[in-house]
Design a binder for this molecule. Structure first.
Ligand SMILES: [Fe+2]
Length: 193
């Protein structure tokens, strides 16, 4: 399901965008994934490996953003472990990579049509015969402030994206990816001591 959990006030959205324009624009890099042409983005606090051969890396350490998002998600008992903030660009149909657990949170801060093809009915893998067939396609016009949850292993994409649209995507680490993530965060602790 694609479920809108809450909506941020327009004042909050404006404040976040001001912060992003002032502090995050210099950190943005062009998206390397071939399904997101023209999208600028930065990970925080760590960059996820998009293939099995890569590892996590330290990324943007913006306390303000991370605290805000953690507080927001604590209102629905969910704790993000990784995030990505992006500006502009469309993203073509894709599923999120192996690091990501099924349930993902999006925070939209601009104008977009957010599209979702629901084959897995819940936040878990099921075999073909238990998937929704044909998948249920939803396209939601968003204007800014929507906080929503979806299964990121279902195909999702954007259309009609405002070039100035900012968005956050938040993940928890999948069971499959947990030990690699744990090794990385442990190595950070060792380097600090
Ligand atoms: Fe995605």
């Amino acid at each position: 399901m694609l479920n809108i959990i809450t909506k941020l006030s327009s004042e909050t959205v404006t404040k976040i965008i001001e912060h992003l324009e002032q502090n995050i624009v210099p950190e943005l890099g062009v998206d390397v994934s071939n399904y997101a042409p023209g999208r600028s983005r930065v990970w925080f606090p760590y960059e996820a490996p998009l293939s099995d051969t890569r590892n996590y890396q330290l990324a943007c350490q913006d306390e303000k953003i991370w605290t805000f998002l953690n507080n927001l998600c604590s209102t629905f008992d969910w704790k993000p472990e990784l995030g990505l903030v992006s500006k502009g660009g469309t993203i073509s149909p894709h599923r999120d990579a192996a690091y990501a657990d099924f349930r993902s949170i999006g925070v939209n801060l601009g104008t977009v049509t957010w599209c979702y093809s629901r084959a897995y009915p819940m936040y878990k893998w099921v075999p073909n015969e238990l998937q929704i067939d044909p998948p249920e396609v939803t396209k939601i016009q968003m204007t800014g402030g929507e906080v929503f949850e979806f299964n990121c292993k279902n195909l999702h994409w954007t259309e009609d994206v405002d070039p100035d649209r900012w968005a956050f995507n938040l993940w928890r680490i999948s069971n499959k990816g947990r030990s690699k993530f744990q090794d990385f965060t442990n190595s950070l602790l060792i380097n600090q001591s």
